[in-house]
Design a protein around this ligand. Sequence first.
Ligand code: TYM
Length: 322
Amino acid sequence: MRILSGIQPSGRLHLGNYFGMMEPAIRLQDEGEAYYFIADYHSLTSIHDPSQLRDNVRDVAIDFLACGLDPEKAVFFRQSDVPEVTELTWILSTLTPMGLLERCHSYKDKIAQGVSPSHGLFAYPVLMASDILIYNSDLVPVGKDQKQHIEVTRDIAQKFNDRYGEGEPLLKIPEPRIRKDLAAVPGLDGRKMSKSYDNTIALFEDEKALKKKIMRITTDSIPVEDPKDPDDSYIVMLYKLIASADEVQEMEDAFRRGGEGYGHFKKQLLEKLLEHFAPLRVKRAKLEQDPDFVEDVLQNGAKQARLIAQETLHRVRKAVGL
Ligand code: TYM
């Protein structure tokens, strides 16, 4: 089974990225051939400063390795080190209906947030389809916000097979893998955690900044002594991602009992986050001292990924008559 996923280097990685995609992807590296990449071509739609893009790519690489991506088990690479993916994107774009892209929420959301609508932003799902299809991926672990893009990928692959396959599936139809227990990791204001909403908690936030952010999590104004509803609380939602079932139960009981203010629960969440990420911080600090190792991992990964990409592209070019 081939597992594939990508992440954009468009800023510091946050808890949404971690719990929605990175942690599940890292667990999956033991269950099949995992291919994970840094989607720098995609980030060109939002990052226009070359040195910032380079820094972000390095930081994402370090973060992902610190979180447990094991280069002995998973192939880890930069999207742009496999330029074949852009050629496949063009070929796929010639059979992608405009309407399919016009329906994509993420494009509409970005426009609504004031991002200027470039052709790249509009065509972004075709590049994503190419990423997935070029590696013959079976399974794509992503957060729920990417579900529609996987559906677009499946549609495009099916169209390609219908037009050129002569009864043989030339491109493999992938399946999404989305955590069932998690629609989206909530941000500080309860909306989906996202850089565009400025409501993120970075994975490796320094301790003081982390404390400040946790204290900013939106709550209602129920007085300290009164019972509170744990099902409605973003504090509990975040706590559930890292605490044991017993610890969650204890917090939920304390909410219902009353007698503690939200500040108390925020402190508990802060301590748990610091505990969870402490060993990862140590690993990250070590990786930061060894940029050559990180670059070697990406270069080796690209070599392996490229072999598969070239093979698929060869097959596709032949099928379409190039
Ligand atoms: P990106 O970089 O926006 O996000 C990376 C991953 O993190 C997940 N995620 C979340 N999950 C739960 N809750 C949240 N608040 C949250 N925020 C982000 C995303 O769902 C995603 O899985 N288009 C992709 C990158 C990409 C890709 C691919 C992914 C390019 N090519 C091919 C899979 C396969 C993106 O922008 O993800």
